[in-house]
Each structure stands twice: as structure tokens, then as C-alpha cells.
Design a protein around this ligand. Structure first.
Ligand code: CUA
Length: 334
């Protein structure tokens, strides 16, 4: 009996220390959505269960190794033990009970996470290799950044143009695949103003790890200001360059082609490229003019720029006017 009391106390002590240790590591990033609360609640109870079960196995094992060690010179056989029915019932019923409790807690937290707010704001998300594009149907804004107002539920209607991607903002906790040929939904109520990052969480090709976009949770006033600013930009974009920039964002071009002097590994930067000579994979060089850009949009494999994988960019079907607008935009980047 004395052994059971000691082991029991040691289990409680080790379980507490394990829990405090795991909790202290800070495995989770900051929680920035209402949906994170039930998820973190469930996760916390699982850490409690893990800490207890870990201790329940390790303490009796370690205790037996030390306390019941064979004495020096003792060559007798160990005591013969037959089965123990009570013990077998206990270690069947208790885990069953525990699993059922967690099944209930899991269903409860899933229900909380999926709770629908009929006033939720809709944002359309387009995923493609290797860029995210966000469309606000109420205002017609298209952006490479996802701005969300604080404390209002948003439902993302997500579509992929090529392969399977996955929308994941660790601070929001929820993750959802974006699958070609169907619209998947992602529901979130941002609860912490700040700047986060959506990462693609499905291996989708060579530049999967660069498939990121900013997610910004704004105070309502800041969000309204951003919407107003973007609406004004869209309205002002009546020039060919302005139209070209909108097209470059809406088609995801700028996900792979940088528009600054910093190169992305996926594709040549557009900055200063117009009028320059670029090396091709076949050893020749080419002048970047209207004809080369138009050809590269319609048939990216026709002339492959040295140092970049030719299979990344799909051919785009754009009108002559749209292509001319994109070229006008590229010309401004210098
Ligand atoms: Cu898209 Cu990984």
C-alpha cells in the first residue's frame, strides 16, 4: 500500500511539472480569432491528459526499476503473477471514458468554431501557384493583402486555379484546403488587431514556401479607411499603367514577379526589366520589348529566361489590350 501512495504522489508531481513545462514552452502563437478560444481550450485539456498519461507510465516504470531491483546475490525466481480482472476492467473502462469525454469536447469545440454569423462579410480568395489574391465583392476591390475588420465574422470563399493549396494563418488556428473545381469556406472572427501572415500549407510546387500574403486585422476605422483608399485607387486606375497594375494583382503575376529591385526565386523581377537584355536558357540573349513580354505571357515556354524553372508559369489568356496595359505598367517599374 505504501508503494501505491508514493507512486500516486509522484505521478501527480510529475504530471504537474510536465504540464507546467509544456505550457511554458509556448507552443501556440498568439490567439487572434474568436475561433481560437474553443480550439485552445480543447488543446489545453489534451495537454493535461498527455501530461497525466505520460506520468502514469513513466513513474511506475522508473519506481519499479529502482525500488524492486534484484538484491545482490538473490538468484530466486520472481513471484508468479496471474491476471488481475479488476485491473483489466479499470484499464479498459477508464480510457474508454476518457476518449468519450474528448469526443464530446471535440464535437463541442468544432460546433463553436463553425458557428455561422448571418452578417458575416464575404471575401473571395483566389489561390494559384504561387500567390494569393483577395477580392471584396461589396466594393470590387482586388488586393494582394487581406485586410479584415476587428470583431466581425468574415467568410472566405476560396477557389484554386491550378492545384491544391491550403489557407493557414496560425494565429487564427483554423486551416482550410483550397481545392480546384470547388469553393471551400473559411470562417473567422478576428479578435486581435495586428499583422499576420497566411502561409500555404499544402505542398503545391517549387515555390510553395514563398506562397505567403499579409493578413492585417484593423480597427474598424482603419479598415474603412483602407477600403476608401483602395476604392479611390481602383477608380483612379483608368490609365493603361493603372489598369495593368490591377491586372497584375488580379492575375497573381506579382506573386512570383517582384516589382522592386529584390528578385524572387520564382521569376525575374519586373523592376527595370523593360528595355534590358536578358540571358536565355539556350545561351542567347533577348531584348525585353513589347513582343517578348506578350509572347512570354501567352506562351511562357517559348523563350526561357536562364536561371528560372520554365514549368512554373502557366500560359495566360489575356486580350491584346490587357497585355498592352500590363506592358505599360512594367514600363513604369524602374
Ligand atoms: Cu500553394 Cu503550397
Amino acid at each position: 500500500m505504501r508503494h501505491f501512495v508514493i507512486v500516486g504522489i509522484l505521478v501527480i508531481i510529475l504530471a504537474s511539472l510536465t504540464y507546467i513545462g509544456l505550457d511554458g514552452i509556448g507552443l501556440m502563437p498568439v490567439a487572434a480569432s474568436a475561433q481560437a478560444i474553443p480550439i485552445d481550450w480543447l488543446w489545453n485539456w489534451q495537454v493535461v491528459a498527455m501530461s497525466f498519461l505520460f506520468s502514469l507510465i513513466v513513474v511506475p516504470m522508473g519506481y519499479s526499476l529502482i525500488v524492486f531491483r534484484r538484491k545482490k546475490g538473490d538468484t530466486t525466481d520472481a513471484e508468479h503473477v496471474e491476471g488481475n480482472t479488476n485491473l483489466e476492467i479499470a484499464w479498459t473502462v477508464l480510457p474508454l471514458f476518457l476518449v468519450m469525454i474528448f469526443a464530446y469536447m471535440g464535437a463541442f469545440s468544432l460546433g463553436e468554431v463553425l458557428r455561422v454569423d448571418p452578417n458575416a462579410m464575404i471575401v473571395k480568395v483566389k489561390a494559384r501557384q504561387f500567390a494569393w489574391t483577395f477580392e471584396y465583392p461589396e466594393t470590387g476591390i482586388v488586393s494582394t493583402e487581406l485586410h479584415l475588420p476587428y470583431n466581425r465574422q468574415v467568410v472566405l470563399k476560396m477557389e484554386s486555379e491550378d492545384v491544391i493549396h491550403s489557407f493557414w494563418v496560425p494565429e487564427f488556428r483554423v486551416k482550410q484546403d483550397v481545392v480546384p473545381g470547388r469553393v471551400t469556406e473559411y470562417r473567422i472572427t478576428p479578435s486581435l488587431v495586428g499583422s499576420y501572415k497566411v502561409r500555404c500549407a499544402e505542398l503545391c510546387g517549387t515555390s510553395h514556401s514563398y506562397m505567403e500574403a499579409s493578413v492585417i486585422v484593423d480597427e474598424v476605422a482603419d479598415y474603412d479607411a483602407w477600403i476608401a483608399e483602395q476604392t479611390a485607387l481602383t477608380a483612379a486606375a483608368q490609365t493603361p499603367e493603372g489598369q495593368g497594375q490591377l491586372l497584375a494583382v488580379a492575375n497573381g503575376c506579382v506573386g512570383c514577379h517582384s516589382v522592386t529591385s529584390t528578385n524572387l526565386p520564382t521569376a525575374p523581377t519586373w523592376f527595370g526589366i523593360y528595355g534590358s537584355q536578358v540571358d536565355l536558357a539556350d545561351g542567347t540573349t533577348v531584348l525585353v520589348d513589347d513582343a517578348f513580354i506578350a509572347e512570354s505571357i501567352l506562351d511562357p515556354k517559348a523563350k526561357e529566361v536562364a536561371g528560372y524553372s520554365p514549368t512554373i508559369m502557366p500560359p495566360y489568356t489575356l486580350t491584346d489590350e490587357q497585355i498592352a496595359n500590363i506592358i505599360a505598367y512594367i514600363k513604369t517599374l524602374k
